[in-house]
Design a protein around this ligand. Structure first.
Ligand code: PLP
Length: 405
């Protein structure tokens, strides 16, 4: 049959115009080439994946539970896994009343998409941190909310600024629907919100009647003891939707995350999920349940924490040693990222082309800012790169920055 060139744009739904390829992925295609030291991406260190444990568990699941694990399962998730998540959460200080308040998702990324789908209508006001997690912006953007960016300082989101904004918004007869926050070891900024700010945020949620999405992949990796409570654990009104994931504490390849919220919200989320993928893979869910049961996750966390802390220290030392005056950066108490602010004349997106020549990769910060700022910022991931490469990578970056000044 004769092939014709069709005009695809004529067929595409309107919402596809809000689907943008991740700038990061496009820009960093070369970051995996040999010789490149990559602080881009946000991946765990594969040397510490629990290969043997997963092998043993997988054999066991196939042998003992294959009939259920190879089958479709409930949209809400495998009960056995939800029971284990409930215990895990409770042990870590966030009490969950029953498993009906839990939804297992295909990565916590899916929960972000679902939350956009069930809560955001075009024009709804959604508050995010400046900067915030890029793939949350991507997930939400197709539902056409209006983002309101709130700056952060060392104590996390500036809830005083949020309060001022809320007063103004409400005085104009409008309202905020949702606040999305990564309060602990934030991606990308590496900042942790103080307990006072968490309480303040909840007070504001109650006063101004909005919901909070608390996205928490990183609180497991705190490098020093700090006093913090999940926002969910302080939520007495069912306003918080808590998200976490097995990606960093076990393996991202399982593609499993979970949400904790009121039963009413979980029911709506499950309804949306049903249309997306019917259920998350039962096989992966049985593996994750068994990994929790056997203490594999509890064993992994301190191992990873030690390795990541050392890498963070190496990166902070190198930054101190090499980065020129006029640069500043966050000193994360945990997580996977350091966020650097360079002198304002530097555009880190433009600089990336030269970084390619120097064989060092980072993520330009601009796409993490919903207000179009952040052109002079960069996110540096310290978990994927090997220890020996950190100093050299930062040295190369510093050289580049000096050339730009
Ligand atoms: C803040 C944040 N939320 C959600 C995710 C998604 O994680 P996953 O879909 O692997 O559970 C990530 C991954 O890096 C993240 O950093």
């Amino acid at each position: 049959m004769e092939s014709r060139n069709i005009n695809l744009s004529k067929f595409l739904a309107r919402r596809t115009q809000f689907m943008r390829a991740s700038e990061i992925r496009e820009l960093l295609k070369w970051a995996t080439e040999p010789g490149v030291i990559s602080f881009g991406g946000g991946m765990p260190d594969p040397r510490y994946f629990p290969y043997n444990d997963i092998r043993e568990i997988t054999d066991y699941i196939i042998r003992e539970k294959g009939d259920k694990a190879f089958q479709y399962t409930k949209t809400e998730g495998v009960d056995e896994l939800k029971e284990e998540i409930l215990k895990f959460m409770t042990k870590r200080g966030t009490k969950v009343d029953n498993i009906n308040q839990i939804l297992v998702t295909s990565g916590s990324q899916q929960a972000l998409e679902i939350l956009g789908r069930i809560f955001m209508d075009p024009g709804d006001l959604v508050v995010v941190e400046l900067p915030t997690y890029l793939a949350a912006i991507q997930a939400f953007r197709v539902y056409e909310p209006i983002f309101i960016g709130i700056p952060m300082d060392d104590n996390g989101m500036r809830t005083d600024i949020l309060e001022e904004k809320l007063k103004k918004i409400y005085s104009e007869g409008k309202s905020v629907k949702l606040v999305y926050t990564v309060p602990t070891c934030q991606n990308p900024a590496g900042i942790t919100m103080s307990n006072d700010r968490r309480k303040h945020l909840l007070e504001l949620a109650s006063k101004y009647d909005f919901l909070i999405i608390e996205d928490d992949p990183y609180s497991y990796f705190l490098f020093k003891k700090i006093d913090f409570r999940s926002i969910k654990s302080m939520d007495t009104e069912g306003r918080v939707i808590y998200l976490s994931t097995f990606s960093k504490i076990l393996i991202p390849g399982l593609r499993l995350g979970w949400s904790v919220a009121s039963e009413e919200i979980i029911t709506k989320m499950a309804l949306a999920k049903q249309a997306i993928d019917l259920c998350s893979p039962a096989f992966c869910q049985y593996i994750a349940a068994e990994a929790l049961k056997r203490g594999v996750v509890d064993k992994q966390i301190p191992i990873i924490k030690k390795v990541y802390k050392n890498k963070r220290d190496l990166m902070l030392e190198a930054l101190e040693k090499y980065f020129p005056e006029g640069c500043r950066w966050t000193r994360p108490v945990g997580g996977m990222f350091i966020f650097a602010y360079l002198p304002e004349k530097i555009d880190t997106s433009l600089m990336l082309e030269k970084a390619k020549q120097k064989k060092v990769a980072y993520v330009p910060g601009r796409s993490f800012f919903v207000d179009g700022s952040g052109w002079n910022t960069m996110r540096l991931n310290f978990t994927f790169v090997n220890e020996e490469e950190i100093e050299e990578g930062i040295r190369r970056l510093a050289e580049l920055i000096k050339e730009e000044l």
